[in-house]
Design a protein around this ligand. Structure first.
Ligand code: E4P
Length: 220
């Protein structure tokens, strides 16, 4: 399963790239608003850090507006993927982008049927929001599992991104469900790295090493 970082924070992206586990980045208007400044400049910089897909989200509601914003994003770097929210106009824009060879990520997906339509329209990436479904007492991971299976049964090449990841368990479940990609906040990725027994073990090994060195030095 590929791992994307769900952030517009350049330092977080640089850190995860150094860890060797970064396959791409997703941004959205809310993540961008936390950072501020020029969205274009942020996107350009992110694209210098990773050669994987970097999602840039359009905010227009009308097809021509989405196309205008998306075409401009696509000029910023070759690995930009235009993120379009699921809607009737969104599907039309995705289909037009596909005709132009511009890759898209269909976002705000909450059912397998929405995902199927996004794939049919030509979206390269499809983002069901797991956490936001869990928030309203629905099992978001079912959408991931169903959509992955539907795409496989029908030989459709679009990839599923498990999005709106809220905890490390979501990552394990997404991987087991066969999700092609999961996009997650930096904090959750850090939580995946750590385990109390790992951290305790590192401290113990260091202490034992130091004790052995002291004993060696004392002997002579
Ligand atoms: C996906 O691309 C979205 O940016 C993101 O995963 C939304 O997550 P949230 O529900 O935590 O805002």
């Amino acid at each position: 399963m590929k791992i994307f970082l769900d952030t517009a924070d350049i330092e977080e992206i640089r850190t995860v790239a150094r860890w060797g586990v970064l396959d791409g980045v997703t941004t959205n208007p809310s993540l961008y608003a936390k950072i501020g400044g020029s969205y274009d400049e942020i996107l350009k910089e992110v694209c210098t850090i990773t050669s994987g897909p970097v999602s840039a989200e359009v905010v227009a509601d009308d097809v021509e507006g989405m196309l205008k914003e998306g075409r401009r994003f696509a000029t910023l770097a070759p690995n930009i993927v235009v993120k379009v929210a699921m809607s009737e106009n969104g599907l039309e824009a995705i289909s037009r982008f596909a005709d132009e060879g511009i890759k898209t990520n269909c976002t705000l997906i909450f059912t397998a049927n929405q995902g199927l339509l996004a794939a049919k329209a030509g979206a390269s990436l499809i983002s069901p929001f797991v956490g936001r479904l869990d928030d309203i007492n629905q099992d978001g991971m079912i959408v991931i599992r169903d959509l992955v299976e539907i795409l496989a049964i029908h030989g459709i090449e679009s990839e599923v991104i498990a999005a709106s990841i809220r905890n490390p368990l979501h990552m394990t479940q997404a991987a087991l469900a066969g999700s092609h990609i999961a996009t997650l906040p930096f904090k959750i990725l850090q939580q995946m790295v750590h385990h109390p027994l790992t951290d305790k073990g590192i401290v113990q090994f260091k202490a034992d090493w130091a004790a052995a060195q002291s004993e060696l030095a004392a002997k002579g």
